[in-house]
Design a protein around this ligand. Structure first.
Ligand code: NAD
Length: 490
């Protein structure tokens, strides 16, 4: 579909040098966050103004239905504006008096002015994934720039075309030269960026394995990392849940974006007493689902997960290597005796009506052992593994039985039970619901991130903006902060 230069270490070095020069020159960091936010807002507006074009690009690049791409791109623009609205919040946090936090014995002497500031970090690297290319990348670009850093974005080599547009948006918005840079390339470019001695932070979204390599590359120079990694989220369904809603939520949870979503709920933990009817209905519904014919031109159908609470079309996975990887998981599971309730294979061309796509049947695996790869590892495709439980304690044990901890959901019509279980689940974002409403939802103001293998740090919300800053205290003695401010302005 398109070709990018495979950026090498010298290309990364050139971008880092440009960012370093802009950082040392200091104009960007010297502006108020609100001033910077006014400029970044133009970039967010640029996404909004070009949604149709960008959605066609992402539909072609990722193979996701146009409708879904357009919807999530709208989310990227809206989220960008949210980040910009935090510019003035960040300004208001400069020079705020340190308080004791409510504990005893922590207050500095009353005659001292001790204040906090939030400084930008410096030159930072942003390395992104392909599943929601613009959303993942702009979720880093916007806060990094509003906070006053100079940044280098390295989009995914698998689907990074829409991210190239961020470079144009930065130019059009009037971001000073060198403050924002894009380098195309694969893992070598990413590794060069992570290892660069001039890069003081890496914000990364991608797989757990790559995240740990990046942490390793950053360790010798003690640079900061923010790692948004993989997941193996559980959907816990108690037998007091409405059956239709449970089935709908299960489908949305593991099929949205073809299962290629970090918070995909790919483990179903269902109470024994509802297991048989739930699986029967799930199989019927999955086998009725049509396949997506053409992600770009077929604009009236698509993944409706975000609007109607139901995925209504099966999309292809992103590329040959992912297709092979997912099929490898399925072959191994079958060889190990895991039972396939439905799916488990590549659909024939006649069923799909579109030969050539990287399609996989929506697959449900039952009788899965807790130590099986399909229970423990991220498949990142349309594959659901099922286990059951009898007691509340068992439900918690099953939900917490992987090294990941990105998201999870508990479904029950009993609010107190849902709350008890939600509070015991170890994941960065937990949904407690009787209806399934809100599953996979992300609100820009709500910080999220992973426990364990799912990451380090938090994205979104004011906490997400703080990730791109260094907290600093300034201790004034002999004169007051007010004196200092008066001298500076006067
Ligand atoms: P990936 O780890 O293969 O690649 C991600 C990025 O890292 C790419 O830009 C790639 O070029 C780069 N990279 C690869 N090796 C590198 C290295 N050694 N050093 C530096 N950079 C390197 O992941 P992917 O396949 O692009 O994305 C899918 C993964 O992303 C899934 O695990 C998914 O769960 C995760 N993801 C997480 C979130 C989240 O918010 N937690 C969101 C989206 C995707």
């Amino acid at each position: 579909m398109h070709e990018f230069p495979r950026g090498k270490a010298n290309d990364v070095d050139a971008a880092v040098a440009a960012a370093e020069a802009a950082w040392e020159e200091g104009t960007w960091a010297g502006m108020s966050a609100a001033e910077r936010a006014d400029i970044v807002t133009k970039m967010a507006q640029g996404i909004e103004d070009n949604i149709e074009m960008l959605a066609e690009i992402e539909a072609a690049d990722v193979g996701k239905p146009y409708r879904q791409a357009a919807m999530t791109l709208g989310g990227a623009a809206g989220e960008g504006k949210y980040w910009c609205s935090l510019g003035k919040v960040l300004d208001a946090e400069q020079d705020v008096p340190v308080n004791s936090g409510g504990g005893e014995g922590g207050v500095p002497p009353a005659e001292w002015d001790v204040v906090y500031r939030r400084d930008p970090i410096g030159v930072i690297g942003l390395i992104s994934a392909w599943n929601y290319p613009m959303n993942v990348a702009f979720r880093k670009v916007a806060p990094a720039l509003v906070a006053g850093n100079c940044a280098i974005l390295k989009p995914s080599e698998i689907a990074g075309l829409s991210c190239m547009f961020i470079g144009k948006l930065a130019q059009d918005a009037g971001i000073p030269p060198g403050v924002f840079n894009v380098v195309t390339g694969d893992r070598d470019a990413g590794a060069a960026l992570a290892a660069s001695p001039s890069v003081s932070m890496i914000s990364f979204t991608g797989s757990t394995l790559t995240g740990s390599k990046i942490m390793g590359a950053c360790a010798p120079k003690l640079s900061q990392v923010a790692l948004e990694l993989g997941g193996k989220s559980a959907l816990v369904v108690f037998d007091d849940t409405d059956l239709d809603k449970a089935v709908e939520t299960t489908m949305k949870g593991f099929l949205a974006n073809g299962g290629q979503i970090c918070t995909a709920h790919t483990r179903l933990v269902v109470q024994d007493s509802i297991k048989a009817p739930l699986l029967k209905k799930l199989k019927e519904e999955l086998e009725k689902l049509p396949f997506c014919n053409d992600p770009i031109t077929e604009k009236d159908r698509g993944d409706r997960a975000w609007e109607a609470g139901m995925t209504d079309v099966v999309q292809p996975v992103v590329c040959d290597s992912q297709h092979k990887k997912i099929m490898g998981f399925l072959h191994e599971a079958k060889a190990a005796g895991v039972e396939v309730l439905t799916g488990g294979d590549v659909p024939d061309d006649e069923t799909v009506g579109n030969s050539g796509g990287y399609f996989i049947q929506p697959t449900v695996l039952i009788n899965v052992e807790r130590d099986a790869d399909v229970w423990q590892k991220e498949v990142f495709g349309p594959v659901l593994s099922v286990r059951s439980f009898s007691t509340e304690d068992d439900a918690v044990l099953e939900a917490n039985s992987t090294a990941f901890g990105l998201a999870s959901t508990v479904m029950s019509s009993d609010p107190a039970k849902a709350m008890r279980v939600a509070n015991r689940i170890r994941a960065g974002a937990v949904f407690a619901t009787s209806t399934g409403e809100g599953l996979l939802a992300e609100h820009p103001a709500v910080s999220r991130g992973g426990f364990g293998f799912s990451g380090v740090g938090r994205e979104l919300g004011i906490g997400g903006l703080h990730e791109y800053t260094e907290l600093k205290s300034v201790n004034y003695t002999g004169f007051s902060l007010a004196d200092a401010k008066k001298q500076r302005t006067g």
